[in-house]
Design a protein around this ligand. Structure first.
Ligand SMILES: Cc1cc2nc3c(=O)[nH]c(=O)nc-3n(C[C@H](O)[C@H](O)[C@H](O)COP(=O)(O)O)c2cc1C
Length: 414
């Protein structure tokens, strides 16, 4: 039986180990994690979720403090439509995050940024344009368009000098989404360099409804493969979602996938952004502790641990400091849910909000424990310490396990 290392991903002139670590916001897929993937010859992702906040933590900047100071007058106002992002500062923060990461890159691999359309930031088009262009200016190797259909995203950067040679990819969960994207982007005369096909077992937001369990990644990959062949289009396909062992990955590569995108195994890596106390929760989880629910104000279902502190928490919306999910008219489903509960419980100091969550605040604080379906198997990928906690493996260990393992084996860290 073949192993992942028997295959290579060809992207233009580049030949890579066919392992891509998926983007995990907010700063769960850190620069350090992406740098390890690149050093080992694969592809790593940083994320463009809440970059000013991430920059503050990474570089001691004051983007969040300054924005909060600017809009402090609005904190008690249930209407958040005045809260805007300064596009110059957004570009500056993105440039800082990307360029410092790229400067540190060593080895033959690549670093991409996961750019989410659903971060509408009270100015969907303008803020997306700024984030994409700043990442290109700062030398990112590639951009993976995520969390949305991105029907206009190529057009936002088609006049950028790097548009033809930077690697551009899109995440889809169905053939229909890919067909729509290709149709709408056809005018720019450029195909994506790769397509990530994300199935229903992935972490983060899902591109399926609450009937996600009825879908199967291999079936969607085969369907997209057959359609591309019929259209005589040659675009590398990268399946994602539930690929837990090197053998799972090799099976997709044998069926013609160009690479795999994986994430859950790396949530417990040393270089991952999750604090260790949260990583221990991921290790401890059983299958019954994981659910797909609809509390994300983006409207997409999301998979997470049922014990996430974010669930039910009724914190006051923090849009003056964050506000990354404000739509074009300054609304967010959490604000609506929160205001409804406040009105229903007059005089109460703290309300509970069960149907939606303040995603910005809770992702920023690592209190929403989003995870892949197979998180309950993470405990089988490491050893236990004497005190009963689980040992945290390095990203290199996990990467090499994917690359070299066979027979569904998982190598445990020393
Ligand atoms: C903790 C976590 C956070 C994630 N965040 C994002 C994200 O911000 N954007 C995105 O496109 N995908 C996100 N994903 C999806 C991954 O990039 C990846 O495609 C998927 O999880 C792969 O499946 P696996 O986790 O079963 O390996 C996230 C996944 C996890 C586990």
């Amino acid at each position: 039986m073949k192993r992942v290392d028997d295959f290579r991903l060809r992207l233009g002139r580049q030949e890579l180990v066919p392992i891509m670590i998926g983007g995990m916001g907010v700063d769960i897929s850190t620069a350090d994690l992406s740098l390890e993937a690149a050093r080992l010859g694969g592809i790593g992702h940083i994320s463009d979720a809440m970059v000013p906040t991430v920059a503050d933590r990474r570089f001691n900047t004051r983007y969040v403090k300054d924005k909060l100071a600017q809009y402090k007058f609005n904190v008690g106002n249930p209407d958040k439509s005045v809260v805007q992002f300064d596009l110059g500062l957004l570009a500056e923060a993105t440039t800082l995050h990307v360029s410092k990461t790229m400067e540190a890159k060593r080895g033959p691999g690549l670093i991409f940024i996961n750019t989410m359309e659903k971060l509408t930031m009270n100015g969907p088009k303008e803020t997306l344009r700024v984030r994409l262009r700043a990442a290109l200016d700062a030398g990112i190797d590639g951009i993976t368009l995520a969390a949305g259909l991105h029907l206009g995203s190529f057009a936002l950067i088609e006049d950028h000098p790097r548009f033809r040679d930077v690697k551009l990819g899109i995440i889809v969960s169905s053939l229909r989404a890919l067909q729509l994207f290709l149709k709408k982007s056809a005018r720019t005369n450029r195909l994506p360099d790769y397509v990530v096909i994300e199935g229903p077992l992935a972490g983060g937001h899902l591109g399926f409804g609450m009937d996600w369990a009825q879908y199967d990644l291999a079936t969607i990959v085969a369907e997209i493969q057959a359609w591309l062949k019929a259209e005589q289009l040659d675009i590398p396909l990268i399946p994602a979602g539930g690929i837990f062992t090197g053998s799972d990955a090799a099976a997709f590569l044998e069926m013609g996938a160009a690479a795999v995108q994986v994430a859950t195994r790396f949530t417990v890596a040393k270089e991952c952004g999750l604090p260790e106390r949260v990583q221990q929760e991921y290790f401890k989880a059983s299958e019954a502790d994981i659910e797909v629910n609809q509390i994300s104000p983006t409207g997409y279902p999301m998979r997470m641990l049922k014990g996430s502190p974010a669930i039910g928490d009724g914190i006051r919306p923090n849009c003056e400091a964050y506000g990354y999910l404000l739509d074009a008219s300054g609304g967010c489903q959490y604000i609506t849910a929160y205001n409804r509960e406040v009105a229903a419980h007059p005089g109460e100091r703290k309300v509970k909000v069960w149907d939606k969550t303040c995603l910005c605040t809770h992702m920023r604080n690592f209190d929403l424990w989003t995870c892949g379906h197979y998180t309950y198997r993470l405990k089988d990928t490491t050893r236990k310490n004497e005190d009963g906690s689980y040992r945290i493996p390095s990203a290199e260990h996990i990467f090499r396990d994917y690359q070299f393992s066979t027979d569904n084996q998982i190598a445990l860290p020393e």
